[in-house]
Design a binder for this molecule. Structure first.
Ligand code: NAD
Length: 415
């Protein structure tokens, strides 16, 4: 196994948690590997008349709490170990939010940018042909992930429905709204993050209407987060960044202008009425709230000591390394860990499943109200565990989530 193997990292995090909770080896033995992993060969008739076969996976990590849930990724560098790690993290994320779901993940090794629309549709349908007997609304419910879109979900749901001889809208989530998608799914991740930031601010006595915010990563999650921080709280967003650099205005950025500039030039840099700064300077600004919404390993032992924010909200997956985590904890930076902060997406996916089962659809307001309740409760459970065990918020999130999975395994007589 390589040094940066994501599945090894996921296993290490489980072992750390098992130490805090003093699990015996039977429990660890059952949780350190996925319950089931499926390797498939996905044949696709290409536009030039040849047939190409793509390797694909579906991993069902643990379903003690309910059907597995997790995205399908189309990526040229997809590996079974990445899928296994992501399936493990989905297990803990669903348990943390108290969703009646287990964890799963899928992927196909392919480069979607090199496929025509027709090839992409045939690839999506062929994958379902390979895995359909092992998924379903009561077994395993996939969703979009990197390079898979609502349209891909629509083709997959249609193929599954044809194979099973009836409409099965609930087999996948992240669908377009006219065919069983949920209102509020688009900005669910950022919205969920906002609810946890609101609770953290209250805990720390920060008045969000006077707070300053910096956002690293002005993509899908980050741009919604910046806009919502301003709209919901009246906070002042002073800096945002993307892969090319950042922009800063101590009096607050005009976000509409920055969004327009990014749409025109594909970057935030050189947006009007703002000073251009580096990516690292954005992370180290003296702000109340830092939202990490770019990629993994943004905050390392090299820059963690310079972080001045009072709250670090991890909308991205894995933005903080293990060493940086300890430095931030000692400095008193209040971290809202990734699988709590960005759990709004899977929570609204679960709401989509519920609406599909009832064939009755909620308004966006109803979705947000229910999301708020779930996120707020999970935040306080993690905060309580962190204080109770004197551990950082990330370890506390693991403690809450993994103990729920273990309790269910014991009740069902699995261990
Ligand atoms: P995205 O590709 O839309 O946005 C990522 C942004 O980060 C881009 O603007 C990119 O330019 C920027 N970026 C890359 N490197 C950077 C750097 N060094 N400094 C500053 N900015 C940099 O992706 P996204 O969907 O917004 O996802 C972002 C993160 O949030 C990922 O870790 C993802 O797993 C996580 N996440 C997203 C969702 C969601 O619903 N979109 C849900 C859960 C988790």
């Amino acid at each position: 196994m390589s040094e940066n193997n994501p599945f090894e990292m996921a296993q290490k995090q489980l072992y750390d948690c098992a130490e805090v909770l003093k699990f015996d080896s039977d429990v660890v033995g059952m949780l350190e590997n996925p319950m089931r992993q499926l390797h498939v060969s996905v044949p696709v008739k290409m536009d030039d008349g040849t047939t190409k076969t793509f390797p694909g996976f579906r991993v069902q990590y643990n379903d003690v709490l309910g059907p597995c849930k997790g995205g399908i990724r189309f990526h040229p560098e997809e590996t079974i170990d990445t899928v296994k790690a992501l399936a493990a993290w989905m297990t803990w994320k669903c348990a943390l939010l108290n969703l009646p779901l287990g964890g799963g993940k899928g992927g196909i090794i392919c480069n979607p940018k090199e496929l025509s629309e027709g090839e992409l549709e045939r690839l999506s349908r062929s994958y379902i042909n390979c895995v359909w007997k092992f998924i379903g609304p009561e077994i395993d419910v996939p969703a979009p992930d990197v390079y898979t879109t609502p349209q891909v979900m629509a083709w997959m749901m249609d193929e599954f429905s044809k194979l099973s001889g009836k409409n099965q809208f609930g087999v996948l989530t992240g669908k377009p709204i006219p065919i069983g998608g949920s209102a509020g799914r688009g900005d669910a991740t950022a919205m969920g993050g906002m609810y946890t930031i609101r609770e953290a601010a209250e805990e720390l006595g920060i008045d969000l209407s006077k707070a300053t915010v910096a956002v690293q990563g002005f993509g899908n999650a980050g741009s919604f987060a910046a806009t919502l921080a301003e709209e919901l709280f009246g906070a002042k967003v002073v800096a945002v960044s993307d892969s090319k650099g950042g922009v800063y205005n101590p009096d607050g950025l005009n976000l509409k202008e920055v969004i327009k500039h990014k749409a025109e030039t594909r970057s935030v840099i050189n947006a009007p009425n703002a000073e251009t700064i580096t990516n690292n300077e954005v992370l180290e600004l003296d702000v109340d709230i830092l939202i990490a919404a770019a990629l993994e390993n943004a905050i390392t032992k090299e820059n963690a000591g310079n972080i001045k924010a009072k709250v670090l909200a991890e909308l991205a997956n894995g933005p903080t390394t293990r060493e940086a985590d300890e430095i931030l904890f000692e400095k008193g930076v209040h971290t809202i860990p990734d699988f709590l902060c960005n759990a709004g997406g899977v929570t609204v996916s679960y709401f989509e499943m519920v609406q599909n089962m009832y064939m009755y659809y909620w308004t966006a307001e109803e979705v947000y109200e229910r999301l708020d309740k779930k996120m707020t409760k999970a935040y306080h459970e993690v905060l309580y565990a962190s204080k109770n065990h004197s551990i950082n918020m990330r370890k506390a999130a693991y403690v809450v989530a993994v103990s729920r999975v273990v309790e269910a395994m014991k009740l069902r007589g699995w261990v």
